[in-house]
Design a protein around this ligand. Sequence first.
Ligand SMILES: *Cc1c(COP(=O)(O)O)cnc(C)c1O
Length: 426
Amino acid sequence: MELSRRLFNEALRVIPGGVNSPVRAFKAVGGEPFFVEKAEGSRLYTVDGQELLDYVQSWGALILGHAHPKVLGYIKEALDKGTSYGTPVENEIKLAKLVKEAFPSIELVRFVNSGTEATMSAIRLARAYTKRDKIIKFEGCYHGHADHLLVSAGSGAMTFGVPSSRGVPYDITKNTLIAAFNDLESVSSLFQKFPEDIAAVIVEPVSGNMGVVPPREGFLKGLREITRKYGSLLIFDEIITGFRISFGGAQEMYGIYADITCLGKILGGGLPIGAYGGRKEIMEMVSPLGSVYQAGTLSGNPVVMAAGVSTLEHIKNNMEIYSYLENLGNMLEEGIEDLAKHKGIPVRVNRVGSMLTVFFTEEDVYDYKTAKKSDTSTYAKFFHSLLRRGIYIPPSQFEAWFLSSAHTKHDIERTLDAIKRAFDEI
Ligand SMILES: *Cc1c(COP(=O)(O)O)cnc(C)c1O
């Protein structure tokens, strides 16, 4: 890791913490990040020549693996015609149609450049549509870094959020109410307190940002009912789950439909993207049709659109990818549970399709509080033990592992073998 170390030291002099997104700095597990030279399929190749089996997959953005030939081909073709026009291109329509096909709750969709922009715009829109200011978000769910979403639960009882970052004025977060994931009671008590003030409930239908935490039976349905009852909108942040747990995301998997859906990650085929969409009457409030302002110089970028279209078309023509990923995921999950049981190590594996987290705790993990019970120092040892064996899992307990269609049964076997040894070391 000599060259990586040298590059990281150089990066520290010009970039805060040496990285352009905090989790990459390995703070949660200790040590220093490696630098990547190139990637292919399920593998990353570091600048020091190490080959790593990658379970991060650009934080879930890649479902076909790295450098998929078909996607690369489309990108190169688009690149040859220029990088950005600032005018409409046909692939924007193609991508919008693919999104609509996957998500029947989306009649109109607007493309932006990141997930952060998508959720920020969705909330602005929900506030305009309902003429209300307050929103509910769940403790442990992440929706990008917009001010009003960087909120965690205040001390004591859940209700009013407090800024979870310096630089966010309290005045901005006072309209963000915090509830507990999988706890409908915590949501209904907020609605009872503010029956006419809540514009929207925003949720990751399967949470991936406190580690993977699936919704309990009835949770999403309950959110659908309560928002309808109080004239509030339901926003699903499907930036991870969209096109990952099924083509139509959590909405297809659980049969619960949102008023506004946020997408990103896989949608851009590995290039920067976000999107938000919903019913026509809601989306028609967005400018230039309506008075909710939202714009983007590089939005709908032709190269990004080409990457998105080729990714989604490839998935659409190979829908067996989802059962393949389910089988691999199941093999990994059961393998880890068996090994842990055998070694007497307390773990909980939470998994939905190709997203999974190994929590080092005996207790069921169903919300932020229970996720926090995981032993993060054991996770850190586990992480480094696997990394030494050429397996790269997320450098934080509270992130999801992601499988891609480029992963093979053999990859999983190799991983389980490495995990067996790692369990001896932790
Ligand atoms: C990644 C993510 C975001 C933010 O997307 P960016 O493109 O990083 O801004 C928002 N919500 C969820 C659920 C995410 O996983």
